[in-house]
Design a protein around this ligand. Structure first.
Ligand SMILES: Cc1ncc(C[n+]2csc(CCOP(=O)(O)OP(=O)(O)O)c2C)c(N)n1
Ligand SMILES: [Mg+2]
Length: 637
């Protein structure tokens, strides 16, 4: 009986009854504020833990990810009791490891645009969350992490399971609150959500001592912390309108350009500005390259889509960057995987514009000629309207034709005649069935880059990858979180044999909750991306990256974790049939594909190199006639 109750409380197989949505709750919040209506529970005496759960409901939270422990027990108990009386409206999903909970919350947030929430205990529970918190910070993903802490009187005594969460997380989170005054708990939780989702989104950590959770007080039902500096900045951002003069200089430069290119990054996805970018690009016929984080900004199959640029970008995308004379960055930050050599990046661009929500990104890496800091959607709409109003018209047909030629001439390609299973072929086959509609999560390594290059994405928030941190182990828990956010979408984790090992405990989480997640392991018996660099820069010495003597049987592991469909694919001829039965399998499914161990990621722009020095491999043509020498290890980034 205990077991069944606990299982119901964690939401296993009972996820249909989610009563609320974030948007509804947000609307209610605004409505209540406008009407100055009191919260129905205002004035009620409750524990700190109960207040926290109530604020979670008010903020529209409908799924929690977390692992229990002594210092978080009051909150877990409050969640349990809440779910008993609210038709399990806030299921608490239990991973194998807190890192899993963090990436589930991140996957949930990336797929839905809502704030993901993870709840963990003190000490080891909290420190296991450090990597996801840094990962979310680096990719600007909004999550709130609630950590139990030892009682306030024990803080600083090296108490059992004590860790200095504010100092550890302070270095990696957008903000951390250690709540020592229980009367501020309620306002602090609300403020945490506000900080996570506003401006450039990011992770906020709440460190809540156990006595604060157990404290009894009166619930106010309203109120946030005074954070005047932050709010002033946010108000300024929201009010920041593109001046007419800026619109005029932008269009003057565009009018003088012949080869304009839009370079869209994660800021477009995070700022829900994908449609605005599409409208803008279509109105003025400007082709679009995206960063790894910006994938899905435009439909990858669309006529203006030039796909991903950068170190492993498409050759045609990188050549378009080399050829453009006008570059407009939208929510992208010229990072080292894109502009490894900032001086030689887009060297022919006579005008570079940069739209961003974060002023510190302007001129950080690359000096630009024009910039605006504000909300992406607003800025693009103002520009679009201005352009229409002045009747801006410029014929970029020759440039568009040139971009089409680049796409045809330098198309992605690989050894199609090989007897070995090529990873690109597997992805093409999955893509044929999913048609850009599936959510794809990945680990980190070659498989991640192949997925970025060969999958189609018809919209944003379908591509979930650890971009800036590049955290192996991200894919499987992110896929779990995404499936909770998007119950009806097909969710596929494209993983590497090494990456999946990092959080392989989460295979069991997939079957525990009967999630129809599809897990693909592209097994090249090792750390393929590391091997690729060792071959290029260390004369092929495969120090600690070859795993061909490892004995793991992934299929048996998946079966042991309850996967009814767990298959190893070893023959090229079987790929189409097996991929189809795998994708169409109605429940959790696991597919290990034994791929060509020497398959490489091409194109590749070496670290610190310019795009014109890009190596395209044997199957994609190159514009450089000489075989470019890669830098030696000492020159490596
Ligand atoms: C947590 C973590 N540790 C180490 C690395 C460095 N690293 C980047 S890719 C890679 C190899 C990944 O191997 P696998 O998951 O099998 O992917 P493949 O490259 O073989 O497709 C390693 C070790 C990392 N990115 N993350
Ligand atoms: Mg591998």
């Amino acid at each position: 009986m205990m077991c069944r109750m606990a299982r119901q409380d964690t939401g296993a197989r009972h996820l249909g009854a989610r009563a609320r949505t974030a948007s509804l709750s947000a609307v209610k919040d605004i409505h209540d504020m406008l009407n100055q209506r009191a919260h129905p529970l205002a004035g009620t005496t409750m524990s700190g833990a109960e207040m926290l759960v109530q604020v979670l409901e008010d903020e529209g939270v409908d799924t929690l990810f977390g692992y229990s422990g002594g210092a978080i027990l009051p909150i877990y108990d409050a969640v349990f009791r809440y779910n008993q009386t609210h038709e399990n409206a806030m299921p608490l999903i239990v991973p194998a490891n807190e890192q899993g909970a963090g990436f589930m919350a991140a996957g949930f947030a990336r797929a839905s645009g809502k704030v993901g929430v993870a709840v963990v205990t003190s000490g080891p529970g909290a420190t296991n969350m450090v990597t996801p918190v840094r990962d979310c910070m680096a990719d600007s993903v909004p999550i709130v992490v609630i950590c139990g802490q030892v009682p306030t009187t024990a803080i600083g005594t090296d108490a059992f399971q004590e860790a200095p969460v504010p100092s550890i997380m302070g270095a990696v989170a957008k903000h951390v609150f250690l709540i020592t005054d229980p009367s501020r708990l309620e306002a602090t939780v609300r403020t945490a959500f506000e900080i996570a989702r506003t401006g450039r989104p990011g992770p906020v950590v709440l460190d809540i001592p156990k006595d604060v959770q157990n404290w009894q007080g009166v619930f106010r039902g309203a109120g946030r912390l005074p954070i005047p500096g932050y709010r002033q900045r946010m108000n300024r951002l929201e009010a920041s309108k593109l001046p007419e003069a800026a619109c005029a200089s932008f269009f003057a430069a565009l009018g003088a350009a012949e080869r304009p290119l839009l370079y869209a990054g994660g800021g477009v996805v995070n700022g829900s500005a994908s449609q605005a970018v599409r409208d803008f690009a279509t109105a003025f016929q400007i082709p679009v390259v995206t960063t790894l984080m910006g994938i899905g900004t435009v439909d990858t199959r669309g006529p203006l889509a030039m796909r991903m640029l950068g170190m492993h970008g498409a050759a045609f995308a990188n050549y378009a960057v080399d050829d453009c004379d006008f570059l407009m960055s939208a929510g992208a930050r010229f990072d080292d995987r894109v502009a490894g050599n900032p001086v030689r990046f887009a060297a022919k661009a006579r005008f570079i514009a940069h739209l961003d929500i974060d002023g510190s990104e302007i001129n950080k890496v690359k000096r630009v000629d024009w910039s605006h800091v504000g909300l992406m959607v607003d800025a693009l709409q103002v520009l679009l309207e201005y352009g229409k109003r002045i009747g801006f018209r410029r014929d970029f047909t020759a440039w568009l034709r040139h971009c089409d030629d680049l796409k045809t001439t330098y198309a992605m390609n690989y050894d199609r005649s090989s007897d070995l299973i090529q990873p690109y072929y597997v992805i093409e086959e999955i893509n044929r069935l999913t048609q850009g509609e599936a959510i794809i999560a990945t680990g980190v390594g070659q498989h991640q880059m192949w997925a970025a290059q060969y999958f189609d994405f018809c919209s944003p928030r379908l591509w979930l990858t650890s971009g800036s941190m590049g955290t192996m182990g991200f894919g499987l828990p992110a896929a779990v979180g995404a499936q909770f956010a998007e119950r009806k979408r097909l969710v596929i984790d494209i993983d590497g044999d090494a990456s999946i090992r990092m959080n392989i405990g989460e295979l069991e989480t997939v079957t525990t909750y009967d999630l129809p997640v599809k897990v693909v392991v592209l097994n090249n018996c090792g750390d393929g991306m590391v091997k690729q660099w060792q071959k290029l820069f260390h004369k092929g010495r495969l120090s600690a990256s070859d795993k061909s003597l490892h004995t793991k049987d992934f299929v048996k592991a998946a079966q042991a974790d309850g996967f009814k469909y767990a298959v190893r694919l070893e023959r090229k001829a079987d790929v189409p049939r097996v991929v189809e039965e795998f994708i169409r399998f109605p429940g959790p499914a696991f597919l290990e594909v034994m791929i060509d161990q020497d398959a490489g990621v091409y194109p590749m722009v070496g670290p610190g190199q310019a795009y014109e020095d890009m190596i395209t491999g044997e199957h994609i043509p190159s514009r450089s006639k000489v075989d470019v020498k890669m830098p030696g290890p000492s020159e490596m980034f």
